[in-house]
Design a protein around this ligand. Structure first.
Ligand code: PEP
Ligand code: MG
Length: 583
């Protein structure tokens, strides 16, 4: 009888799966180290250049294979790998080592890559640590090509298998979800922002990453149970454990089936109040899942993710292609594209910045764009060009005052006139709105509503800034309370200002998708809620089973209470009375 072993990792994509392990060969590429005769170094440089050309061609081919429709985002990642190959510093350094130290190309590639990786070592940031794997993938490809080994071999993964690996390259992850029904991903490296996590979430495939050395202890064929929410992996679980996992899987499938059934139903209360339910996305891949779960549009497309995985900012054309793909995939449905929210925890590799003491209060989002006009303009021009392909709305993040909105709008107008002068087709006028996510914007919402065509409340930041709680800091996480009376009052104030000015008010922070809060938000009078796809069906079910009056009564009583704990307790007890049996 086999012994059960359990591993705890990072739950990077939710869901439960049970299946047989398919271990992807984690064998490291062996790097031969050879001292050359000085006379041979020119030929060695040529060999290196040939391997670059070959690697570039392979990546291009892969990109073409993956660039149909929703896989476009992976193509962008592969493009980033191509750019690393052509990085002048990299080419010069490898060539220098080959010539000056008379070493073979494989060795020189490894040494330069090792140095590059070390530069990331001291950065205490998950995102940067992940980028080290990208350098490794590019180096492996080059070394394999130098040695004449096979690369990009298609993996024959059995349907439903649990793919186990030390790490999975973006190319493999994208190919795997495209050609197979992977049951789950289990890897030693990686975390929330690694490509495997993104690909897995977009395809609703459970994933547990960052497991240390788990792959060494798992053999192909082992029975594996994966809980992608808790980050738990059991190898050869007992019958009892297996039946618990299978039961959770059954429940998940039933919920999913129900979700798909409600997709076509309208989101309306029993007394006829219509609330639009939209989806939040980071990548175009998420659209099929959004539509399957009944999203009526996209309430928040976080475009900064286009920036994070690359050595240089995207070109206007790359922006344009990304937005075109999303707009076309959504057809007539509205798509709210948020301009760059870089800064704070989202900083791309290509941006060298001084470390800020308070990054959340620093140069982020609209502030960053207004100081980097060339970056902003490329995005705005692309948005205007893409507007011919669908129902676009443009949204500016982190607006803290009227001047920022005016400046951003005037930049947009400049881009519009420039494009018209150049004879570039642009769509009809696009609604321009703002995220209300700073307390200052909340308190001047009446004035902002005169100049913005819609509001979307970003509660993730609004709570952070209002309650003075760093949303990344675990020590104060207990104070992060969406039902703090100040937050409820602030949302009420924003909604009222929007209504008086006759503009729609949406909410796209995490609070919007929390089904425990649906009645409170309904009573506050929001026109739209925007959330991740999996949350839509439950929120819709709640909306369809209550009346606005009932919600208002609940909110009225909740607002009589004083502490966040009291309000939470009261709202929970009311929700349990109505919906406990369903959850
Ligand atoms: C928010 O702040 O609520 C929001 C939706 O934006 P982000 O989470 O991207 O900061
Ligand atoms: Mg925000």
């Amino acid at each position: 009888m086999s012994v059960t072993v359990s591993f705890q990792g990072i739950g990077a994509s939710p869901g439960v799966a049970v299946g047989h392990a398919f271990v992807i060969d984690a064998r490291k590429v062996r790097t031969p180290k050879v001292k050359l005769k000085p006379a041979d170094s020119e030929a060695e440089v040529m060999r290196f250049k040939t391997a670059i050309t070959l690697s570039d061609k392979q990546l291009e081919e892969l990109k073409v294979k993956l660039s149909t429709g929703a896989e476009n985002e992976h193509a962008l990642i592969l493009e980033a790998h191509r750019m690393m190959l052509h990085d002048p510093m990299f080419l010069v350094e490898v060539t220098r080592l080959i010539k000056e130290e008379t070493i073979n190309a494989e060795w020189a590639v490894r040494r330069v890559c090792r140095r590059l990786r070390h530069q990331f070592d001291n950065l205490d940031d998950e995102y940067f640590r992940e980028r080290k794997s990208d350098i490794e993938f590019v180096a492996d490809r080059l070394v394999r090509n130098l040695m004449g080994e096979v690369v990009d071999q298609e993996l024959e993964v059995p349907v439903g298998a649990i793919v186990v690996a030390h790490d999975i390259s973006p190319a493999d992850a994208a190919m795997l979800v495209k050609t197979n029904r992977v049951g789950a991903f289990v890897t030693d490296l990686g975390g929330h922002t690694s490509h495997t996590a993104i690909v897995a979430r977009a395809r609703d495939v459970p994933a547990v990453l960052g497991l240390g050395k788990a792959s060494e202890g798992i053999r192909s064929g082992d029975t594996i149970a994966v809980d992608g929410r808790r980050g738990l992996v059991l190898v050869n679980p007992s019958e009892e454990q297996l039946s618990l996992f299978r039961e959770t899987m059954r429940r998940q499938l039933a919920t999913e089936a129900l979700a798909l059934k409600t997709a076509e139903l309208t989101s309306v209360t029993i007394d006829g109040v219509r609330v639009r339910l939209n989806g939040n996305i980071e990548f175009a891949d998420e659209i099929p899942s959004l539509l399957a779960h009944g999203a009526e549009g996209i309430g928040l497309y976080r475009t900064e993710f286009l920036f994070l995985d690359r050595p240089a900012p995207p070109t206007e054309e790359e922006h344009y292609q990304a937005y075109k793909a999303v707009l076309e995939a959504m057809g007539e449905r509205p798509v709210t594209i948020r301009t760059l929210d870089l800064g704070a925890d989202k900083v791309p590799t290509n941006v060298k910045r001084e470390k800020e003491i308070n990054p959340a209060l620093g140069l982020r989002a609209i502030r960053y764009c207004l100081q980097h006009r060339e970056v902003f303009r490329a995005q705005l021009r692309a948005l205007l060009r893409a507007s011919v392909h669908g129902n676009l709305k443009i949204m500016f993040p982190m607006v803290s005052g009227i001047s920022e909105l005016r400046e951003a709008r005037s930049e947009l107008e400049l881009c519009r006139s420039e494009l018209s002068r150049q004879g570039v087709p642009i769509g009809r006028r696009v609604p321009v709105g703002i995220m209300v996510e700073t307390p200052s914007a909340a308190w001047i919402a009446d004035r902002l509503a005169q100049e913005a065509e819609f509001f979307s409340i970003g509660t993730n930041d609004l709570i952070q800034y209002s309650l003075a709680i760093d949303r990344q800091n675990r020590d104060v996480a207990y104070l992060y309370r969406p039902l703090h009376l100040s937050i409820i009052r602030m949302v009420q104030h924003i909604v009222d200002a929007g209504k008086r000015a006759g503009i729609p008010v949406a909410m796209c922070g995490e609070m919007a998708g929390d089904s425990a809060l649906t009645l409170v938000l309904l009573a506050l009078g929001l026109d739209e809620f925007s959330m991740t796809s999996g949350q839509i069906p439950t929120v819709k079910r709640i909306i369809r089973s209550v009346s606005l009056n009932e919600a208002k009564e609940l909110l009225g009583k909740a607002m009589q209470l004083s502490t966040a704990e009291e309000i939470e307790r009261y709202v929970k007890s009311e929700m349990d009375k109505r919906f406990a049996a369903e959850s």
